[in-house]
Design a protein around this ligand. Structure first.
Ligand SMILES: Cc1cc2nc3c(=O)[nH]c(=O)nc-3n(C[C@H](O)[C@H](O)[C@H](O)COP(=O)(O)OP(=O)(O)OC[C@H]3O[C@@H](n4cnc5c(N)ncnc54)[C@H](O)[C@@H]3O)c2cc1C
Length: 407
């Protein structure tokens, strides 16, 4: 007898196969195996959870204390509510505490709620992997799946580089498209399409923005300058750091607004969000008429930026020498600088992918495909994208956790 005549006999049989050993996949595997399900994780990279390893500058911003559905972008903003309510930031913190993993809140004075490991992101990988091992889930590294088919008797048959596998439940946890060099692939979207699920057009998000030649020249000349700014469009507004780079604009405020921009959509940057600059310049003209305008502006903005703005406006002189109208125009520009990106740095540097498997095709309670029992999608592959600040991991934990209870 050979494999061709009796392929079913050759195939190893599992209750649950999870594709992708990232944040969501490992969480789901631990939960499924804990329920007594015979679980196997398939990962094509050499190591599991590479994104956790590099996240948060190596310390993993693993959750956010103030996680709310409003921190997520999706065609259906309600979809994430159920999972987020059933596995909360506190639930994840409890696991870290039980294991003695030290963590801290970054900038508690700013109340941003971002939690990081004190030591290293590998503490979290070790915790997830120990859970997987403790409940005897199997991890197949450097393994690729070439074909998946639904079996007539139910369940799925997978052709992999380690042979044929059968499973009752199949969980796709292969993530988004960001950072292809550490394993990102469009695999999840391909499988979703194969089984008739819709895909919301994937795009790089939480990503630095690029600009036309003139603006790029300005960004290059100011490369390294950073400040607190507010980036806004009609849909969203974020006050956080902004950084000029030799490729364009970056920094948290820019990454955040990038998730809300359509291609070529302009937005505004308030370079001095806690000042009314028209008023500030008007008062300065009355009280300190002999001062150079540039020096007055550099009391609020970084000196190089102040110099550049004055040069650009042809206003490199004493404030008294400038007409009120010109000062008002400059003040207005500082408070609402219109910029128009031509693109983004793309998946090479994007922190996440927005879009993905359409949530209308999934159960928000279980993450199971509505049209195909036994098929689940979790984590970033789903059209749920968090803001910057630990929300994307919280979605990965929560969606992985809930699916793990049902697979
Ligand atoms: C540089 C960087 C820093 C980040 N920092 C943070 C942070 O501090 N806080 C935060 O909340 N979020 C952060 N994120 C986002 C966060 O890492 C992701 O949203 C999260 O990892 C998504 O989890 P996931 O399990 O869905 O996907 P992933 O963690 O990406 O895991 C998917 C896994 O599937 C594997 N895979 C893909 N295709 C296949 C295939 N065909 N066959 C087998 N395996 C496959 C991949 O190799 C990978 O191991 C960061 C992202 C990046 C890129």
């Amino acid at each position: 007898m050979n494999a061709q005549t009796h392929p079913a006999r050759e195939a190893a049989q599992y209750d649950v196969i999870i594709i992708g050993a990232g944040a969501a996949g490992l969480m789901c595997a631990g939960e499924a195996a804990k329920q007594g399900r015979k679980t196997c994780i398939i990962e094509h990279a050499k190591k599991p959870a590479e994104k956790i390893r590099i996240s948060g500058g190596g310390r993993c911003n693993f959750t956010n204390l103030y996680t709310k559905p409003e921190n997520f972008i999706s065609e259906n903003p309600h979809f994430c509510k159920s999972a987020l309510a059933r596995f909360t930031p506190q639930d994840f913190i409890k696991r870290l505490n039980a294991r003695g993993i030290a963590w801290h809140e970054k900038h508690p004075e700013k109340n941003t709620g971002q939690l990081f490991c004190d030591h290293s992101a590998t503490d979290i990988i070790d915790m997830l992997m120990d859970e997987v091992r403790a409940h005897k889930a199997e991890l197949k590294l450097q393994t690729s799946v070439s074909n998946i088919e639904a079996r007539p008797q139910g369940g799925f048959s997978l052709q992999t580089t380690q042979g044929a596998l059968h499973t009752e439940s199949l969980v796709i946890a292969s993530g988004g498209l960001s950072i292809p060099k550490i394993g990102a692939s469009p695999f999840g979207y391909k499988i979703a399409r194969q089984f008739g699920l819709n895909i919301v057009d994937p795009k790089p998000a939480l990503v630095p923005l690029t600009f036309d030649q003139d603006m790029l020249a300005l960004c290059k000349s100011l490369s390294g300058v950073s400040l607190e700014a507010r980036a806004s469009n009609a849909k969203a507004s974020f006050m956080d750091g902004l950084l000029f780079t030799h490729r364009g604009l970056s920094g948290p405020a820019i990454l955040q607004i990038s998730s809300y921009l359509e291609d070529g959509e302009p937005f505004t940057i308030n370079l001095a969000p806690t000042y009314d600059m028209i008023e500030t310049l008007k008062t300065a003209k009355q009280e300190r008429p002999k001062k150079q305008l540039q020096n007055i502006i550099s009391e609020t903005l970084p000196a190089r930026l102040a110099e550049s703005l004055c040069k650009d406006a042809g206003a490199e002189r004493k404030i008294a020498e400038l007409p009120d109208k010109a000062l008002a125009a400059l003040g207005a520009r500082i408070n609402a600088w219109p910029v128009c990106p031509i693109g983004t740095e793309g998946y090479r540097t994007a922190e996440v992918t927005r879009g993905g498997v359409d949530t209308n095709d999934l159960s928000s309670k279980t993450m199971e495909a509505k049209n195909h029992p036994g098929l689940y999608f979790i984590g970033e592959v789903v059209d749920v994208t968090g803001h910057l600040g630990g929300f994307n991991f919280q979605w990965a934990w929560a969606s992985g956790y809930v699916a793990g209870q049902y697979v």
